[in-house]
Design a protein around this ligand. Structure first.
Ligand code: ASP
Ligand code: MG
Length: 397
């Protein structure tokens, strides 16, 4: 059986840490397992490369950026191979071209299409430790692409899926997934398990979103753990009732701007017109709310990422006659607070618990939306931290 491990940038930031990680890899290898290791670029190397590119050409082409950025991961795997070889262990570093990790064409944010396993299996059968550069792929014309910031996690999960690995371990600088960011919410607790869906809804910093998606689709056993300790970490798996918690996480997102389109004629096609205009501009919309309205007049409010606000306002204003509305307002000093939990589907009183915690602390709710395993409210940005803490403590004690 094969084990896939992924080590993030902080875990391989300098020679000392590379040697430490090499010892961990050696431990797995010496226990008789076949091991494939995916690495990220060291520390802030990717950011520094971006910075360098910017100094030379602020509008550098995406193709050349990918050529540059993909070198960070290549440095890491080569250095790790050297560290392992120095310990007397057989190790080989490989990049996306060498293994045949095929991606879609789009530079900067390509998707993995296919991974050939021949070379990897060949190296494993020669008892090599196989080190693979994360974050990169090769598109149909043979160019290097990158898979989106933070995507080494996704490389690791994709490899675990095609190699039918027994386990994919994401080894990082935190010891697992918490109910909230422990730096912000001191009462946050570490979870032993969490479901794929919850992980996706929390869109949590610890794991690249597409990695959770892919793990779910291919049923990869995924563990997030610290690269510094032997603690077991958090296991991500199919829905399970998580440790008797209805709510397994509280998340905040400050990158929201709310737009309200007021005084719309309440007739078929109004919402379609608004959202088709936004879709045309590739603006993604999140929370949407429509009032029942009085006298055939209605209001529609929705949220977009802050960077999309101006463009959204522009297209809507330009189409005022076509849509038929009276006014537009917007607000970008808001935060989106969500509680996530697979246990919510069968529980009752979760929404009221959340609203009660906010009411008790005099925090006003601006918009509400729900999905099967998530409740989201919009609150004033200046209330965000407090709201997160009180809602967290309402459910997680
Ligand atoms: N080095 C890349 C980044 O910083 C990929 C990764 O770390 O997963 O985004
Ligand atoms: Mg990461």
């Amino acid at each position: 059986m094969i084990i896939v491990q992924k080590y993030g940038g902080t875990s391989v930031a300098d020679a000392k840490r590379i040697n430490h990680v090499a010892k961990r890899i050696a431990g797995v290898y010496n226990s008789g397992k076949k091991i494939v290791v995916v690495l990220s670029a060291q520390g802030s190397v990717t950011d520094r490369l971006l910075q360098k590119a910017h100094e030379i050409n602020p509008s550098a082409s995406k193709r050349e950026l990918d050529m540059l950025l993909s070198t960070g991961e290549q440095q890491s795997v080569a250095l790790m191979a050297m560290a392992l070889q120095r310990m007397g262990l057989p190790a080989i570093s490989l990049n996306a071209v060498q293994i045949g990790l095929e991606s879609s064409g789009q530079y900067g944010n390509a998707r993995i299409k296919r991974i050939h396993t021949t070379r990897i299996l060949e190296e494993l059968s020669k008892d090599n430790i196989v080190l693979i550069a994360g974050f990169q792929g090769v598109n149909s014309i043979g160019d290097i692409t990158t898979l989106g910031r933070g995507a080494s996690d996704t490389t690791a999960v994709a490899l675990a899926a095609v190699l039918e690995a027994e386990l994919c371990e994401i080894c990082t600088d935190v010891d697992g997934v918490y109910t909230a960011d422990p730096r912000v919410v001191p009462t946050a607790k570490k979870l032993n398990t969490i479901s794929y869906d919850e992980m996706l809804e929390m869109s949590c910093q610890v794991l690249h979103n597409r990695a959770a998606e892919m793990a779910k689709r291919h049923n990869v056993k995924l563990i997030i753990r610290s690269s510094m300790t032997e603690e077991p970490g958090t296991e991500i798996r199919e829905a399970c009732k998580v440790e008797d918690l209805y709510v397994s996480g509280v998340a905040i997102d400050r990158d929201v701007a709310q737009i309200s389109v007021l005084g719309i004629k309440n007739q078929p096609g109004a919402a379609y017109k608004i959202f088709a205009l936004l879709a045309d501009k590739k603006i993604s919309v999140d929370v949407i709310l429509q009032n029942p309205g009085m006298e055939a007049i209605t209001d529609i409010s929705f949220t977009v990422a802050k960077q999309d606000r101006d463009e959204a306002l522009e297209v809507l204003k330009a189409s005022q006659d076509q849509i038929g509305y009276k006014a537009i307002t917007n607000n970008d000093s808001l935060a989106k607070l969500s509680i996530v939990g697979a246990g919510m589907t069968t529980a009752h009183g979760v929404a009221s618990g959340m609203f009660e915690a906010l009411y008790e602390n005099n925090i006003n709710i601006i918009m509400i939306s729900t999905s099967e395993i998530k409740i989201t409210v919009l609150v004033d940005d200046h209330n965000a931290e407090k709201a997160k803490q009180v809602v967290h403590d309402k459910f997680i004690v």
